[in-house]
Write a protein that binds this ligand. Structure first.
Ligand code: ADP
Ligand code: ADP
Ligand code: MG
Length: 677
């Protein structure tokens, strides 16, 4: 076994690999960028080497610097994690040339599976079932259009070199094909330096079921069963679970054997995943009729590998290290078994209410559920950040992975909901509450899975108010009073905006909540309880308000408002109030009634970046006349493209950045002179 390895990655996966290495007595070397100088993964390793600037191309993708770091520290092998260099064939070769072991498959297998189109041709030969489509080398636009017409709509255009949900366009009609192709090619060449595409039949209501495979250097290949990753947004996974609901032993064996055949066709060694798109012609009720087609193989450890660890009881990173060191696979196929059910939720810095726009910011409060990290447990929480750390625009928006395990799916679901309820992140937008809504949705709870689940359950997932307005406001008022009491003494009306009349003290509050302004009035009569009224007029809710802090110095309260009783944890941060109850989370913004006499109108003509990122394209030139809704610019941040459209008709007067520029959140991208009707 190795004595020392270098981990060529960051974040949770670097910490994950380091944890197993430590358990096995292997020393670890971290590499880091400028932005990550104080990162958790640096602290998790025995040594750390600075390899360059914050942008991935200046550090985590700079493989000469990484090889140099390995040699300087005497590391014998390099673990690439996922993303970055993990599927870079040249890097795998360069490791070997430098006398270092690449902890992953042979470079030839990465190459064979690296391009989606090439790999499909190989799989065809190996008789692995494929989605009907075109994956030829001829990329003539007219030919591609003809192929799409032949396959029949809807079709999916995929960047052949694509990955991570990028470079894919679904097309419903022949007349939309040309525009979608151009946009897909642009994203492909920007992101992957290769604009080749393939076309597939768009499978309706499919499931994404993938098989974990493992090979060793002695020709053994096994499958470690499946993971269902059907719950997706923008073709990216949100929840993953194993075993796949409804899977029959017969189908599992067929899919497992197809995956092993796929791996064998490229002489696979190490951890890999064969992804299948699964059609459900018999609907959710007849899973035995499911038909599976090869989609692609990921030649690395996958984000969701802990789900497989949970149901098999195995440490996949340990297997990777053993295989890379030349040992045979620890277990044979017939020794592998599934026990219980596991689900992973990806906790991301993003705003589900705004098309999952990635968010950046600081983890001002970061409270995790009771858990173990990087090892099998009923609640496992893997992350690469600590309270106070920033989620920067340079890297992926994933903050943490929450993995739960139970004897049954129901038990795992209950644990997941509870653990999500105990996950409090304040300081930036996250999908935690959204994940709870998904977990509780009828489709997910009832295991009616397909990749359109989020779209189908839209009404139950977005714009929800799980806490309830009156309780959210009551909790915000209560914590505000407690905070004032802590610095000013026990009088809730000591603030200057309190007023008094006929022996009754009253104080007004206002909050912005779910896009609405809500007023609240707190009144206090000598020897009587606090009375709170939330809202105005016929819909107002009134009642006595009582609250007690659960523990001194903590943010948790027991609260009673009218007939409602709840536990609440309430964080105050300037005017922002974040309320967490067992039912869910709510964000309020306290409005200073004295300062906000009138709100300013919309900013005319300023077109700003919705998040920090890179300008990928300007679709207009200065002087050009544009119509309302016309796309003006394309930005890219954290794996996603965003189009900025004209808010009204107008004339572009100036472009303020160049293509390729990195811009900050709110940066003005171009000037538009509006023609207001
Ligand atoms: P998984 O394959 O486990 O489902 P993703 O597809 O989201 O997960 O990819 C895993 C990680 O690897 C992502 O966080 C992403 O940053 C990175 N990644 C995946 N594919 C690519 C790629 N082609 N180029 C750059 N990064 C990638
Ligand atoms: P990536 O490299 O980003 O992982 P994949 O080719 O694995 O790209 O596809 C990602 C997701 O896109 C799948 O999980 C599935 O939801 C959807 N998808 C891919 N191919 C098809 C298809 N032919 N029909 C319908 N959905 C598809
Ligand atoms: Mg994939």
């Amino acid at each position: 076994m190795f004595k020392k390895i270098l981990i060529a990655n960051r974040g949770e996966i670097a910490c994950r690999v380091a944890a197993t290495a430590r358990r096995l007595g292997i020393k670890t070397v971290a590499v880091h960028s400028d932005a990550d100088a104080g990162a958790k993964h640096v602290a998790a390793c025995d040594e750390a080497i600075h390899i360059g600037g914050s942008a991935p191309k200046d550090s985590y993708l700079r493989w000469p610097a990484i090889l140099e770091a390995a040699q300087a520290t005497g590391a014998q092998a390099i673990h690439p994690g996922y993303g970055f260099l993990s599927e870079n064939e040249e890097f795998a070769q360069a490791c070997a040339a430098a006398g270092l072991v690449f902890i992953g498959p042979p470079a030839s297998a990465i190459k064979d599976m690296g391009l989606k189109a090439e790999s499909k041709r190989l799989m065809e030969q190996a008789q692995v079932p494929l989605v009907p489509g075109y994956h030829g080398a001829n990329q003539d636009a007219a030919l591609l259009q003809a192929e799409a017409d032949r396959i029949g709509y809807p079709v999916l255009i995929k960047a052949s070199a694509g990955g991570g949900g990028k470079g894919m366009r679904a097309v419903d009609r022949s007349e939309d094909f040309a525009a979608a192709l151009a946009s897909c090619q642009r994203e492909a060449s920007n992101s992957f330096g290769d604009d080749a595409v393939l076309i597939e039949k768009y499978v309706q209501r499919p499931r994404h079921i993938e098989i974990q495979v493992f090979g060793d250097q002695h020709g053994n290949i096994v499958y470690l069963f499946e993971r269902d990753c059907s719950v997706q947004r923008r073709h990216q996974k949100v929840l993953e679970e194993a075993p796949a609901p409804g899977m029959t032993p017969e189908l599992r064996a067929r899919m497992g054997e197809a995956a092993v055949a796929a791996a064998r066709a490229v002489n696979y060694v190490g951890a890999g995943t064969v992804e299948f798109i699964v059609e459900q012609p018999g609907g959710y009720e007849h899973p035995e009729q499911m038909k599976f087609y090869f989609m692609e193989m990921n030649t690395r450890l996958q984000v969701e590998h802990p789900v497989t660890e949970a149901i098999t009881g195995l440490d996949l990173v340990e297997w990777q290290l053993r295989v890379a060191a030349g040992e045979p696979l620890p277990l044979a196929q017939e020794q592998l078994q599934i026990k219980g059910h596991a689900i992973e939720a990806r906790i991301c810095a993003e705003n589900p209410e705004r098309q999952f726009l990635p968010a950046t910011g600081r983890l001002d409060r970061y409270r995790k559920p009771a858990h173990d990290s990087f090892r099998i447990a009923s609640v496992r929480f893997d992350d690469g950040v600590r309270e106070g750390d920033a989620i920067s625009p340079f890297y992926d928006s994933m903050v943490a992975k929450l993995i739960v395990q139970g004897d049954t799916r129901e038990q795992a679901l209950a644990r997941l909901d509870e653990a999500l309820a105990q996950t409090h992140i304040v300081g930036l937008a996250t999908n935690v509450q959204f994940l709870r809504q998904v977990v509780r949705s009828e489709s997910f709870a009832g295991a009616r899975l397909d990749t359109a689940l989020i779209e189908r359950e839209r009404a139950a997932l977005f714009g929800q108010d799980p806490v309830g307005l009156p309780l959210a406001v009551a909790a915000a008022v209560a914590q505000t009073l407690l905070a004032e009491r802590a610095c000013q003494g026990p009088d809730p009306f000591s603030k200057t905006d309190g007023w008094r009349s006929h022996g009754i003290f009253a104080r007004r509050f206002a909050f912005d909540y779910l896009g609405e302004r809500v007023s609240a009035t707190l009144s206090y009569h000598r020897d009587a309880a606090l009375q709170l009224t939330v809202g105005e007029g016929a819909t107002a809710v009134s009642g006595p308000l009582q609250f007690t802090p659960r523990q001194p110095g903590d943010w948790a309260l027991d609260i009673a408002f009218g007939t409602q009783r709840s536990r609440a944890t309430v964080y105050l941060d300037g005017e922002r109030v974040e309320v967490f109850t067992p039912q869910g989370a709510a964000q309020l913004v306290e409005v200073d009634l004295l300062a906000h006499a009138g709100d300013s109108g919309a900013e005319g003509g300023r077109l700003t970046a919705p998040m920090p990122g890179k300008v990928v394209a300007f679709l207009v030139a200065a002087g050009e006349r544009v119509a309302q809704g016309q796309p003006l610019a394309v930005m890219e941040a954290m794996k996603m493209e965003h189009t900025i459209a004209a808010p009204a008709d107008g004339v572009v007067s100036e472009l303020l950045y160049a293509v390729g520029d990195q811009v900050g959140d709110g940066a003005e991208l171009l000037k538009l002179e509006l023609e207001l009707a």
